[in-house]
Design a protein around this ligand. Structure first.
Ligand SMILES: *Cc1c(COP(=O)(O)O)cnc(C)c1O
Length: 395
């Protein structure tokens, strides 16, 4: 450990993988593991999906990168697909969730700047949020644990506790530009935001001339059974950040917006060297082609319900260790009564991968192509992990 050439920023589990196929990963020492972590909600189509492998190979033989000094047909096509299937009219491509959030924040501030309100720079955010690890995304996240030691955080973020419309309105002032929220808090512990609250935020933004910004980095790209989670609430944002599943494992991020909200993002105001490169765009396009095929997203919703039902009966039989199943689609969490790290380790011993989150929740985020039989197998392994924990704690 001490002699690792890597920054010591990650507490890594002592396993590494040689290859993957669908929902399965094979470790370098030959163990086959059922992957309900999907690289933290990234591998939307699982590992080595033939459509993605085909797309990346075909594009790799043509052209990888040309920079945004030129037109990129693959980028225009992918943007058009996103526009055709969302509230958005404009897209900016980048390489990660935090970058998509940066672009969203800049877009919101510029909107007011060019509209004659340069004083409107402040962003309302919510306790329990996660928006990424750049300094501005951390300031928006507002978690003191992540900010400690990193000097002054960018100014201009006002955090509200709870999903309380009166509390939000009380924080809005003449300098407020936008409200930034995840429709479901992922890292925060799969905390569902009530649809009525999102509709209330939309009404508030309309009334006060603010922009509504959704962070769908984790909830988007089919994870909840809709292409974007906001569709469940019937409330469309003005600006939205996407990443994670967008490239199915290839780094792709995007900031989506209405033409009106993006009006300040004129030539020279923003940029990215790698963002929107042909290779990334070809993979992203292939992800959406699969996701948008007839019936795919309905299947995700159905399988999500099935997973939650199966987990609920496990929770009922182990009330000493776990006490709640939450989530939407295949963005599912189980709240634990013992440290979530212990549950994650016990799952790994059963060759099942999950991801910890806030509120002591273990996330189950299988690739969206998971089968019913694989869900059954995952739930069986989860229960075996709980039983092993029970025995260890009794012994
Ligand atoms: C993961 C995540 C981010 C940050 O994405 P990166 O690609 O790690 O920068 C931002 N917002 C949400 C909701 C996320 O889940």
């Amino acid at each position: 450990m001490d002699r690792s050439p890597l920054f010591d920023t990650f507490a890594r589990a002592p396993i590494a993988f040689e290859r993957g196929e669908g929902v399965w990963l094979t470790t370098t020492d030959g163990r086959r593991m059922l992957d309900f972590s999907a690289g933290v909600a990234v591998n939307a189509l699982g590992h080595a999906h033939p459509a993605l492998v085909g797309a990346i190979k075909a594009q790799a033989e043509k052209v990888w990168h040309v920079s945004n000094l030129f037109r990129i047909p693959e980028q225009e096509k992918f943007a058009q697909t996103l526009v055709d299937n969302s509230f958005a009219e404009k897209v900016f491509f980048c390489n990660s969730g935090a970058e998509a959030i940066e672009c969203a924040l800049k877009t919101a501030r510029r909107y007011h700047f060019v509209g004659g309100h340069p004083e409107r720079t402040r962003i309302i955010t919510f306790a329990g949020a996660f928006h990424g690890r750049t300094l501005a995304a951390l300031a928006a996240t507002g978690n003191p644990k992540y900010l400690e030691g990193f000097g002054p955080a960018p100014e201009g973020f006002d955090q509200v506790d709870g999903f309380d419309l009166e509390a939000v309105e009380a924080r809005i002032g003449p300098e407020t530009a936008a409200i930034l929220i995840e429709p479901i808090q992922g890292e925060g512990g799969i905390r569902l935001v009530p649809g009525a609250f999102l509709r209330g935020l939309h009404e508030l933004c309309d009334r006060l001339g603010l922009l509504l910004v959704f962070d769908e980095v984790q909830t988007g790209i089919g994870r909840t059974g809709k292409l974007f989670a906001y569709e469940w609430s019937g409330v469309a944002p003005d600006i939205m950040a996407s990443a994670k599943g967008l490239g199915g494992g290839f780094p792709v991020g995007a900031c989506l917006a209405t033409a009106e909200a993006a009006r300040g993002m004129t030539p020279g105001t923003h940029g990215s060297t790698f963002g929107g490169n042909p290779l990334a765009m070809a993979v992203g396009q292939a992800v959406l082609d699969v996701l948008l095929a007839d019936g795919f997203l309905d299947e995700v919703a159905r399988k999500g319900l099935y997973l939650k039902q199966r987990l609920a009966s496990v929770v009922d039989s182990h009330p000493d260790l776990v006490d709640q199943v939450r989530g939407e689609g295949l963005l599912v969490g189980v709240r634990c009564k013992v440290p979530v790290a212990e549950v994650g380790a016990a799952m790994r011993d059963q060759d099942l991968l999950g991801v910890g989150a806030g509120e002591n929740v273990i996330r189950m985020l299988p690739p969206l192509i998971v089968s019913d039989a694989e869900i059954d197998e995952g739930v069986r392994r989860f229960e075996a992990a709980l039983e092993a924990l029970e025995q260890a704690r009794a012994g």
